[in-house]
Design a binder for this molecule. Structure first.
Ligand SMILES: Cc1cc2nc3c(=O)[nH]c(=O)nc-3n(C[C@H](O)[C@H](O)[C@H](O)COP(=O)(O)O)c2cc1C
Length: 279
């Protein structure tokens, strides 16, 4: 274990089989990225091995490979991420686009176990109990484009970049929206009214392997030409959708001291990611 950020290793140039597509008019023509021996993140057909990046960071890995091999991670190695490495990641993510180039991020870093446990007990994602460090990304919400929630979009762009770059140096992360109401989070962290908490992001060095989750649809399913083709979209509410929305609303209205006691009862209703695999 070292406190030095190990980011200055000369990256070996991996062999990438992919060439950018020349014709994007036909979505079916978009090529499939193939994980071949020689790419930075090993893939055995079932599992990715991003844990190897923790010992051999590859901040210059090909962008496409980083995009295709980053996966949300909810269990991390015991090894703490040095603060200098975190600061380096924040600096990279600051290249994210922001509405009107305002660059109005604020980041509350959390590594106090009691604080993280408290967040969990108030009804946040269960895996937080296994998390050493996370951060709450806030963004100034004082803009004149409120209907488009510019601050949420700008914050989301930051988190996306953070997750991608973190992955290239062996740090897995998970975006967490499963949190108490914003007013409560705001009180807890003394966030002024001008700022909105956008997302909590847990991060830590990867353990060895993660399972790759296939995307649910192909490109053609997403693309529409010139207008929204509602007739092609089956508008179905998820089973139990309304029940879950109302139950969630009621649960987070319960005072925090009571919610802590109800935590065990609420846990079975939380979405879990049991397909994740760790060594
Ligand atoms: C806005 C947002 C909120 C999310 N909230 C949670 C969460 O509360 N708990 C969790 O385990 N994962 C959460 N995730 C991660 C998603 O579950 C994950 O991205 C998804 O399962 C796809 O997996 P992948 O990131 O590995 O492709 C969230 C992701 C986004 C973008």
């Amino acid at each position: 274990m070292t406190n030095q950020p190990r980011l200055l290793t000369t990256p070996t140039q991996p062999r990438v089989s992919e060439t950018p597509p020349t014709d994007t008019s036909n979505p079916e023509a978009l090529p499939e990225f193939r994980f071949e021996t020689g790419t930075v993140v090993r893939y055995d057909g079932h599992f990715l091995f991003p844990g190897e990046l923790a010992d051999h960071p590859q901040p210059h890995m090909p962008l496409l490979e980083a995009i295709w091999t980053r996966r949300s991670t909810r269990s991390y190695s015991e090894r703490p991420v040095p603060r200098a490495v975190f600061a380096w990641l924040v600096r990279q993510a600051m290249n994210a686009p922001t509405a009107c180039n305002e660059q109005q991020w604020k980041i509350i870093h959390l590594d106090d176990p009691a604080l993280i446990r408290d967040l969990h007990e108030r009804g946040s994602a269960s895996f937080l109990t296994k998390t050493r460090h996370c951060f709450l990304l806030c963004y100034n919400r004082q803009n004149d484009n409120r209907p488009w929630q510019d601050h949420i979009q700008s914050g989301a762009a930051f988190v996306t970049l953070f997750q991608l770059v973190a992955h290239t140096i062996g740090i897995g992360s998970c975006w967490i929206g499963h949190l108490p109401n914003k007013s409560e989070v705001r009180r807890l962290f003394q966030i002024p009214r001008a700022y909105d908490p956008v997302a909590l992001v847990a991060y830590g060095y990867y353990r060895q392997r993660v399972k790759i989750m296939p995307r649910k649809h192909d490109v053609a399913h997403l693309l529409m030409e010139n207008r929204f083709r509602a007739e092609e979209v089956p508008f179905k509410t998820k089973r139990g959708g309304w029940f879950r929305i109302i139950a969630r609303w009621c649960y987070y209205k319960v005072p925090a001291f009571l919610r802590r006691r109800l935590r065990a009862l609420a846990t079975p209703y939380e979405k879990k990611f049991y397909y994740e695999s760790y060594d």
